[in-house]
Write a protein that binds this ligand. Sequence first.
Ligand code: DSN
Length: 426
Amino acid sequence: MQRDTAIFKLINEELERQRNGIELIASENFTSLQVMEAMGTSLTNKYAEGYPGKRYYGGCEIVDEVEQLAINRIKEVFNCEYANVQPHSGAQANAALMLGILQTGDKILGLDLSMGGHLTHGSPVNFSGKNYHGFFYGVKKDTGLIDYEMLEEKARTEKPKLIVCGASAYSRDIDYARIRKVADEINAFVLCDMAHPAGFIAKGLLSSPFDHCHFVTSTTHKTLRGPRGGIILMKKDFENPMGLKDMKGNLRMMSNVLDMAVFPGTQGGPLMHVIAAKAVAFGELLTEEFTTYITQVQKNAQAMAKAFVVRNYQIISGGTDNHLMLIDLRNKNITGKKAQETLDKAHITLNKNAVPYDDKSPFVTSGIRVGVPAITTRGMKEDDMEKIVALIDKVLMDIDNEATIAGVKDEVKILMQDFPLYPDFK
Ligand code: DSN
């Protein structure tokens, strides 16, 4: 068969784009070479519906070991009793979790998407708001911090079956104990979707949701720096209070409910090549090298936030505890859309983002979200954050000047040559 040159040409172009640009999308990262290698393997050929030791297909003895290694490693990372490593994505993990513990029409309470929440936390355009009834809490207008009083009030009046915490564009730590307290009052479950801060939680740099939340979901490709995918975790297994019984009439353990919600509930065959790559990434999480990396992510984010503030950029909540910051550009008279599109031309990649109480549509927005996991993987340090903010400022302050943009694009390329990406790939 002829090699598909059209696709491989595009793959090479994408690698060059990643190499030559400054990647500031908060949810992206660069995996290690061995994580990518694991994905491009014969494991993609294998059907393995079921779980290790309980499959619906023959020939699963090797992939069983792969999946078990992934499970064991991620349980060790977060010191937890249960892990399901099969969800194809964070959205799939949340879909399965909700299918397992909720009935259609049940109420869920999550952080409003326009205040930093996520689509799968009850948005009306998502399964989570179509199959279930979404209610929302927000952040305070003056501080940009989660409005816990509002969360408590909504919880007490609406009595949701599930409270979801975790966010896509929130730069501060979360008070999980406070959320659990009100959940216990109304007999609700608590889910923490830790997709963004998971890498910090793994190394104790941010509060852990595990002691307070019944369930924890995550993607594996953000601060965990693995392949694209999802996971579902529980600190401790427990008997399901919904009364779901097995064939012998015994109450099912929640681990069994969740496993069944992933497969056969919401997915078919697991992506064994991705699970192998997850296992590799989870092994990397257990190393001191990863501790050094994620500590540097936090230092870089703080250095970057400081550099923006010095240039009079308005960071929601005034700074960051994690890897990202949300910047309100209204005082600069620039929309998020215009900023994203113009910075893209200079090969600085980030995303437009609604800011709390935004007066513009989600397609335009008043803000940008900036994250440092990917550039930290490339080896950048605090003084490089200064340089990047200076380049962003140069573009934004002269936003219609094509010559300035082209000049910054050249500066970006030169800067990034000092931080090689996959140098062994030719
Ligand atoms: N796309 C993820 C993010 O950027 O945060 C959420 O789905």
